[in-house]
Design a protein around this ligand. Structure first.
Ligand code: HEC
Length: 128
């Protein structure tokens, strides 16, 4: 979440208030200085979109599960997505397919994929 939206809205940054605005501003400053060492700052949703072609058959490019055993990940928290992908990669969480897929992902790939899926907007409608 966060950072990518901050980048898109960077034109209006100086006028933003509150914790989110502060985060955006410091991210923008860090980017301007070329300080992209932090994992969150390195996330690139566009690169994640490219990499998501691997995930597409099951999760779709839009993050909506393509069959009932596949969870929706559209708009899911970036932190949660990163945590789950790392857990699959380390073996802390196991699943026949995801464990194999996550093994091939570098930290940067995980950050980018999480940035992509977290950036997808969705709406919710509760049953009557
Ligand atoms: C072959 C189908 C398949 C592919 C390809 C696939 N996934 Fe999954 N993914 C699943 C299934 C099934 C689960 C549910 C795992 C479980 O039941 O524990 C899952 C779970 C996840 C979760 C955890 C979601 C949650 O709610 O806890 C994340 C995050 C995830 N996948 C991301 C990805 C990403 C990113 C890619 C591409 C790099 C990818 N997956 C590719 C089938 C797939």
């Amino acid at each position: 979440m966060g950072i990518d939206r901050c980048r898109r809205g960077s034109a209006s940054l100086p006028r933003r208030r509150g914790p989110a605005g502060g985060l955006c501003r410091s991210a923008a400053v860090a980017l301007a200085l070329g300080l992209t060492a932090g994992p969150a700052l390195a996330a690139d949703a566009k690169a994640g979109r490219q990499q998501a072609t691997v995930c597409q058959p099951c999760h779709g490019l839009d993050g909506v599960g393509r069959n009932p055993t596949v969870p929706n990940i559209a708009g899911e928290s970036e932190l949660y997505l990163i945590k789950q992908l790392k857990a699959f990669r380390s073996g802390e969480r196991r699943h026949a397919q995801m464990s194999i897929i996550a093994k091939g992902l570098a930290d940067k790939d995980i950050a980018n994929l999480a940035a992509w899926y977290a950036a997808i907007e969705f709406s919710v409608k509760m049953p009557e």
